[in-house]
Design a protein around this ligand. Structure first.
Ligand SMILES: [Mg+2]
Length: 223
């Protein structure tokens, strides 16, 4: 068994979460444009990474994404853009908080490991969240996948983080809440993975599975 030297984290819903969910903001945006819901919030999540690859900021991403979602459902292109603009108006990227126990886990890990973040998202939105929650005091490197590299689950964003920290994949683990992007991505790059999930109904695709960050106070790779 190799010793873990480096721990990488996903950002959204692994270390931080919005105090107002995208679903709440989307419904405010439909209201302020004065339309019935044009598409469900899940369709925005489903298409997020695809548009992250094609755009350079979160506002551009939403505009392109909402435009497509509207057009595909038979609405005017313009309507999608108006909803995206209203969403951007409402969304405050500083309105985020650390998940419960994130602070004690990071304090604890900071003494023992080098730490990085590998996130699918634009530098403008993601860096704002990192600064608003003070994550930069623990984290040595951040990779904005979809901008600097292809999005997770491609191996490149993980490889970029490991290169910045000068560590081999066998000495690193990646922790995230998405089986599709975090767990498969980590494995594609040769890292072990920790899946943060409330879902214990399916067979876990990850090396380790945890139900809350608190479980990291006694890390699964040390058991
Ligand atoms: Mg996530």
């Amino acid at each position: 068994m190799t010793t873990v030297e480096t721990v990488l984290f996903d950002l959204d819903d692994t270390l931080v979460r919005y105090q107002r969910s995208p679903g709440e903001i989307l419904s405010v945006a439909f209201d302020s444009v004065g339309v019935e819901p044009l598409f469900p919030v899940e369709s925005y999540y489903d298409r997020f990474d695809e548009f992250a690859e094609q755009t350079n900021s979160i506002d551009e991403l939403r505009s392109a994404c909402f435009e497509s979602l509207a057009v595909e459902r038979g609405y005017e292109r313009q309507l999608g853009q108006e909803v995206a603009a209203a969403f951007s108006e409402e969304r405050d990227q500083t309105n985020v908080e650390l998940l419960p126990q994130a602070e004690s886990v990071l304090d604890n890990f900071y003494e023992q490991y080098t730490l990085g973040i590998v996130t699918n998202g634009s530098p403008d939105s993601q860096q704002t969240k990192i600064e608003a929650t003070g994550l930069d005091r623990w984290i040595d490197t951040v990779v904005f996948a979809g901008y600097e590299t292809p999005t997770k689950p491609a191996p490149e964003p993980f490889e970029r983080a490991l290169a910045a920290l000068a560590v081999r994949p066998e000495s690193a683990v990646h922790i995230g809440d998405s089986a599709d992007t975090d767990i498969h991505g980590a494995h594609n790059a040769g890292l072990d993975s920790v899946w943060l999930t409330a879902d214990h109904s399916t067979d876990s695709p990850a090396t380790y599975t945890i139900g809350s960050l608190a479980e990291l106070l006694s890390p699964p790779w040390k058991q």
